[in-house]
Write a protein that binds this ligand. Sequence first.
Ligand code: PAF
Length: 316
Amino acid sequence: MQIVVYGGGAVGSLFAARLARAGHSILLIARPDHVRAIAERGLRVEGTTEESVRLTAASEIATGSGAEAALLTVKTFDLADAARRLARALPTPVPTLLPQNGLGVETLAEEGLAAGGWRAPADWTVRAVSTVPATWIAPGVVRAAGTGELLLPGPSGTGKDALVGRFERLFAGAGIPTRLVPEFDREVWRKALVNAAINPVTAVRGVPNGRLMDEPLRSEALGLLREALAAARANGFDFSESEAVRDLERIARATATNRSSMLQDIERGRPTEIDAISGELLRRAGAHGLDLPLTRKIIAEVQRRATGRAGRPQPS
Ligand code: PAF
């Protein structure tokens, strides 16, 4: 299958490499230094497997590029713009996967796709939740940092089921575990709770995910998790505290050696997803008259660190 992977950060590059190895024809849209390295040496994946994969990479998508499916793997802050560019280049809509962290991702993507010319973009998007850990090493090199899975919306009895089935087969065939989950919105919130606890603490303290199992960082993460839980409950998603703590511990253990995406962004001097994760939780809690003081405080800390670094914000 011909697939555009729009966004060559750690996760997008890892997905692109796995799909290319499974025999698909991949066009990876990435930043120029990554594109150059891939053209010279292929895309190297370290970690659970050690391999170099040949695939096509470009820093912009040409109009009229052929594709049967797309993965939008840019970060949330670049999503609307990337979606617009994708739609402009592919005037005939194709099934498009959205595996971002955070809440409200579909709206951002669908607004961008509509601005790029797609009619009824919601018919083509498939929201996914990814816990596949990936670390950016250098241009042309990423690391698969442990185990994870791609969760997709369970059968809905609508036309979306066929689209979901295509992505399910695609990823399972590329060796990435997939699982269909009914009540998918709840799954998106479940992941947002975990991200709201793991990402800002690891980003501010500069530690890999597994360190959150030890005090004092465990208490710090649990404080944020409890606030995120309160926001989820106020919005009608009733997780028990023990369930949320279990999720947090499971993902922190499974990705123990991974540096969270937010920590990687800070280390690379790039914008972070703090607004799409913790900022969105704060807004959704605020809509119900709830304040999240620890979340508010850590958002400010992440923002301070992100802007205190050298490097200008750039798209994924
Ligand atoms: O954002 C991330 O880094 C990932 O969502 C996760 C699962 C926390 C692993 O690091």
